[in-house]
Design a protein around this ligand. Structure first.
Ligand code: GLA
Length: 410
């Protein structure tokens, strides 16, 4: 790349115009207007990785990049979904047939939602009568930025509103639980609940401190611009083919470690007692691996606590070392990073990032870096050049402005 080229950013389109265009497309393709258009954001996790399935703390924020859904209720129990981007990927399923593994593919993230909402105690005709939906996604797919949660949560907020369910934080927490169940049971991905909580419970201008032990959320203001800072997301556009299986293995490791330690989750391990806990799991046959997994979870939860305190005190510029330590822990102890993620993180630091780490599930996907606002383009250019030098696929860059959670657009 020549020194004069500036690396382009993956921009989020304007909400109003996108929603209007989608409503018009729905009207032409479905013959009649939708009941409304709703959208939900992807997320980037600032810190607190791979701890949401062991009672930990995480600190995600909603991205400006959203998935939009135009939706109209039916009365015959059918769910029909179409993508505005990919023609030929239509899904049609009877709600009565939805269940574990059914429907397969992307339809699970749509039809799984009313299925799970009913089981979560939500009521309303739209949950049994079915609906037509047209989906327009602007969260990059397979990038570790929760495009699947954005889809689930856009559908959830649409159905909740049509069913007359409250959309206060308690209502949103219940919806997040339903979306997580749709993903775990219908789509069959054993993920924790961070992504759905972020997509539904974040507010513009901040992130959430999510406590996955009791599902409570504290809003954390992130006035990065005011502090002369910016958050840059680097989507490496590299996916690890065994990602699904490895995620499940990590989860099994920490669940076994918790059983060995006689605690419900690793959240119960006091950081001051870490050495004792490591000795106990270390006595197992695969003790070295378990030691590393436990060390990651316990130290990561502690790093989230310290990050939240710094942010609370208006000291965002000082969280860089915690982000760096999180990455090293995920790389060496939890073993979920990848060469592309390590390159993105190291290059971002070398070009002036105050801290950088992989974000999301790992094995490819995205990294996040905290930078002085004036360094954003230079860091993006530097990372793009480093990838080009190694003949890696060109990464894509997103500005992570803390945005609003799932909501109605028109
Ligand atoms: C994925 C999962 C989340 C969480 C992260 C890792 O995004 O969906 O539940 O476990 O990985 O922090």
């Amino acid at each position: 790349m020549s020194a004069t080229t500036t690396t382009p950013f993956f921009e989020a389109p304007g909400r109003g115009a996108t929603a209007q265009a989608l409503a018009e497309l729905f009207t032409t393709t479905h013959g009649g207007q939708p009941a409304g258009v709703w959208s939900a954001p992807g997320r980037v996790n600032l810190i607190g990785e791979h701890v949401d399935y062991t009672g930990g703390l995480c600190l995600p924020l909603a991205l400006p990049h959203r998935t939009f859904v135009a939706l109209r209720p039916r009365t015959d129990g059918l769910v029909r979904v179409r993508s505005a981007q990919e023609s030929g990927s239509d899904v049609e399923v009877r709600l009565a047939d939805v269940g574990p593994g059914e429907p397969a593919g992307w339809g699970a993230y749509v039809a799984g939602v009313p299925w799970a909402m009913l089981r979560q105690g939500f009521t309303g005709e739209v949950l049994t009568g079915g609906f037509d939906a047209l989906v327009d996604g602007h969260v990059p797919l397979g990038s570790g930025l929760s495009s699947s949660a954005a889809l689930e949560c856009a559908v959830a907020v649409a159905l909740a509103e049509l069913a007359g369910a409250p959309l206060d934080d308690a209502g949103r927490a219940a919806l997040a639980a339903a979306c997580m169940a749709a993903e775990n049971v219908v789509a069959g991905a054993a993920t924790g609940g961070m992504d759905q909580a972020a997509s539904l419970r974040c507010r513009a201008g901040g992130g959430i401190l999510l406590d996955t032990r009791d599902d409570t959320v504290r809003q954390v203001a992130l006035d990065l611009a005011g502090a002369g800072l910016a958050l840059l997301v680097v989507d490496t556009r590299a996916e690890h083919s065994h990602a699904g299986g490895e995620y499940g293995k990590r989860r099994a490791d920490v669940e076994r470690a918790a059983r060995l330690l006689g605690v419900p989750t690793l959240r119960e391990v006091d950081p001051a007692q870490l050495e004792t806990a490591l000795e106990r799991v270390g006595a197992q046959e695969d003790g070295q691996v378990l030691r590393r997994r436990v060390r990651h979870a316990v130290t990561e939860i502690d790093r989230v606590r310290r990050t939240a305190e710094l942010l609370q005190d208006g000291r965002a510029g000082e969280i860089g070392p915690l982000l760096d330590a999180s990455h090293e822990s995920l790389r060496h102890d939890y073993e979920v990073s990848s060469p592309e993620l390590d390159l993105a993180v190291e290059t971002a630091r070398a070009h002036g990032a105050l801290g950088a780490r992989m974000t999301g599930g790992g094995f490819g996907g995205s990294a996040v870096a905290l930078l002085p606002a004036g360094r954003v383009q230079a860091v993006a250019d530097g990372v793009a050049a480093a990838f080009a030098d190694r003949r890696l696929r060109a990464p894509q860059f997103l500005a992570a402005l803390p945005s609003e959670g799932a909501a109605r657009d028109r």
